[in-house]
Design a protein around this ligand. Sequence first.
Ligand code: IPM
Ligand code: MN
Length: 361
Amino acid sequence: MTTRRYRLAVLPADGIGREVIPAGLEVLRAVSEAHAAFAFETQEFDWGSERYLRQGAMMPSDGMRQLERGGFDAILLGPVGDPRVPDHVTLWGLLLPIRQGFDQYINLRPMRLLPGIKTPLAGKEPKDIDMVCVRENAEGEYAGVGGRLHRGTPAEVAIQSSVHTRHGTERVIRYAFEYARANGRKKVTSATKSNAQQYNMVFWDDIFAEVAARYPEVAHEQQLVDSLAARFVSKPESLDVLVASNLFGDILTDLGAAISGSMGIAPSANLNPERKFPSLFQAIHGSAPDIAGRGVANPLGTVWSIQMMLEHLGEAAAAKALMQAIEQFAATATAKTPDLGGRANTREATAALCGLIRGQR
Ligand code: IPM
Ligand code: MN
């Protein structure tokens, strides 16, 4: 059998990233050993807030070029954020330039309650929470267009414009329908706010209707994002695939992670579907400065993101096996981290996952 080789750019970044990224790589190694179909090599980059504090920049000025020329098949990124540096500085210094620069216009975020994990929603079971958000990831409210004038004076003004283009809106909505079709999902729900935002969100709705008409086999509906948030709590079983603008998708997926049992589990894939640039995989949780360095962070968010990476790379068998190990871990392992009500540390949880993977051989 030929062994496929992948090059992985690894950026542990900040806080608990230095714990969960090595844990994720250990699990990935176990998967590649158990399945022997692929091998990977990693190149680590020390970019992040520590670098910012030392050198005044989150990444070197040619950082994007390094990532582009490095021949990477994917990027694995830890959480970004440090209490000593303003968040907009760290995020606009690392994560957001990569999403935009590599045209990772899809942020795919499954929200699923795994059997064995407890949801805070009374009376809801795993069959009730199983949805996927297709979040626009390259423009919208995160376009970074705006400015501040007359700082500190009574005439001070701040403007932050949302930018929604036909190209950008069409492609994310199309992706949501294609995703539904390819994955046997039945319905796409669009998050909107066209009652208050009469330009950009009415435009979003128009394009949603246009694209939906091309997929008669997939049901579609739209809902105002505020009442959609309530529906996450009251009737999550009625939701399937969601498509949302950058900011709406950001907010809804934290809610989705919380009802799925823990922020520590939820994964994301920042995809450039055309594969012109490498895609980026990252747990959706933050850097958790309160527990950083204590070795108790949940590695599952990173591990599940790596599972999405394997899917993206076309390693379907390995991806399936890793998902099975994650499910088995959720259902049976006693080695769960404190966010899941357990007493295990990161290393013990990682060892338990690796054990389940080795057991698949
Ligand atoms: C996420 C994060 C980021 C976002 C932040 C850190 C900029 O919350 O990936 O969900 O808002 O996209
Ligand atoms: Mn977020």
